[in-house]
Write a protein that binds this ligand. Structure first.
Ligand code: PEP
Ligand code: MG
Length: 485
């Protein structure tokens, strides 16, 4: 009888995952992966063996899933370690099914989600109309789940251990701008929070009225305010918010659902769709795998410190054909939409010389090649410190402050406990200023998360930055901040 209950519960969960996967479209991979874990014969055998000893279906589920999650937790690879979360999520779903409870979904009413960490795939499936905000209890501020959620207009505040034990249904307020979290606020505080929300809404709608106009500083400098794009939906959102193109297309997230490396034509089609949605130039970053952004078709396992390992362009030197095929896709797209290419995680000028030579070879495959500018991301402090050596090699630079802050302050961008140390400071401003000075008249963009903060716009513009690539919902406010600079 217990085995039959277990089988029925597993079938219920599998059917639920199939529904979620279909509803999530291209981002449904996370649910397919969970379904594959659930289907693992070893897991089923262990459940069956446990149940045959007379253990109840519930107890068998708890002990077998806990052991499987512990196996993942013990791995060194951060991507595989995170799969422990998937196993715990499955355990919860199977227990609910065994108890006859409806599968756990986000409530239909407006809510704030409290979770330990937020991964990119989950963030992509949240409904911005109902999930008004997310609070993570252990995650850091610039992980990719946070970036995906914020780009979709869902504010996130991170690393709030005090929210870990909240009961479902507790009233909470959050102000992502100031990083304030109110737990169970009294009536007077609730009124203050409502007033603050109204002020913010008024500011946002005032900014929205001029968000399609160019952003020009008080002294007459035109600053491009572009959208960071990780999906076609982001590109449409960027266009709706008035983006001057895209300063960062995160290809490793755009194609994260592809189990094998997409060919040039597939990549070109997706990039053309992004370019047409924005109807303005796009900056395509070449694959930036590693750290918290695994690509299923590029193994980067076995590194003790993946954030300091074969990330970005470094990985491309191990997979030159994957890199060349991506550049082919970008060159194909450049025939139809205006495209520049950007290389991430650059440390040495020699790497750029190599990347440009592969690009030159790919362009030479075309009898009549389109014009494609190339730039570097400045994310490693060494690249900022040697910016004068890089400037002659490329057409532009784009400063990735998420990684630049991580490597300058020795703060893991995914670790909420030390996140405060990575706040913008003189250290980051100096590196940005050095880059702008070295690049002279060539464009310097900031595409890291701090470009989305309108309180920092005047500083960035003052340091010499000429482009700000931001989360789509921030475009109007950042353009207004440029006008006040
Ligand atoms: C950055 O590091 O600031 C950046 C824009 O790249 P990513 O966040 O994708 O690593
Ligand atoms: Mg980066």
């Amino acid at each position: 009888a217990e085995l039959a209950r277990l089988d029925a519960a597993l079938a219920t969960v599998a059917a639920g995952l199939a529904t979620l996967s279909a509803a999530a479209g291209p981002q449904g991979g996370i649910f397919d992966a969970q379904a594959a874990l659930l289907d693992d014969p070893d897991l089923r055998d262990a459940l069956e063996a446990d149940a045959r000893t007379g253990t109840s279906a519930v107890d068998a589920t708890r002990s077998v899933f806990a052991a499987a999650a512990a196996d993942f937790d013990a791995l060194t690879d951060p991507y595989l370690r995170e799969r422990g979360q998937d196993v715990r999520s499955l355990e919860r779903q199977v227990l609910l099914a065994l108890l006859g409870a409806p599968p756990q979904t986000a409530p239909d009413s407006e809510h704030i989600l409290v979770t330990d960490e937020l991964d990119a795939a989950t963030a992509a499936t949240l409904d911005p109309a109902r999930t008004l905000g997310v609070v993570t209890t252990t995650g850091g501020a610039t992980g990719h789940g946070v970036i995906v959620a914020s780009s979709r207009g869902i504010p996130v505040i991170t690393g709030r251990a005090e929210a870990a034990d909240l009961a479902d249904g507790t009233l909470v307020g959050l102000d992502p701008g100031a990083g304030t979290l109110w737990l169970d606020p009294d009536t007077a505080t609730q009124q203050q929070i409502r007033a603050l929300a109204e002020t913010r809404a008024t500011e946002a709608s005032a900014a929205a009225t001029r968000s399609h106009e160019p952003a020009v500083t008080a002294t007459g400098r035109r600053i491009l305010v572009e959208a960071n794009v990780a999906s076609l939906a982001d590109a449409h959102a960027g266009a709706a918010y008035g983006a001057d193109g895209s300063g960062l297309v995160r290809t490793e997230i755009l194609f994260a659902h592809e189990p094998t490396a997409p060919d040039a034509a597939t990549q070109a089609a997706a990039l053309i769709a992004v370019g047409k949605a924005l109807n303005s130039p796009i900056t395509v970053r070449t694959w930036d795998p590693g750290g918290d952004k695994p690509l299923p078709f590029l193994a980067t396992d076995g590194e003790a410190n993946p954030m300091l390992g074969e990330r970005g362009l470094r990985a491309m030197r191990r997979y030159p054909e994957v890199f060349a095929e991506q550049l082919r896709g970008i060159v194909m797209a450049a025939r139809e939409v205006s495209v520049r290419v950007m290389f991430p995680m650059v440390t040495e000028p020699d790497e750029v010389v190599w990347a440009r030579s592969v690009l030159a070879d790919v362009l030479a495959e075309n009898p009549d090649p389109p014009h494609v500018e190339a730039g570097i991301m400045v994310e490693v402090p060494a690249a900022a410190l040697r910016a004068d050596e890089f400037a002659p090699l490329v057409d532009f630079a784009s400063i990735g402050t998420n990684d630049l802050a991580q490597y300058t302050t020795a703060v893991d961008r995914g670790n909420g406990r030390v996140a405060a140390l990575a706040r913008p400071s003189e250290a980051i401003w100096s590196l940005i200023y050095m880059t702008c000075q070295a690049f002279g008249d060539k464009p310097v963009a900031v595409c890291g998360d701090l470009a989305s903060d309108p309180d920092l716009t005047a500083t960035l513009v003052g340091l010499g930055v000429s482009e700000l690539s931001v989360r789509p919902p921030a475009i109007g406010l950042v353009k207004d901040a440029v006008r006040r600079s």
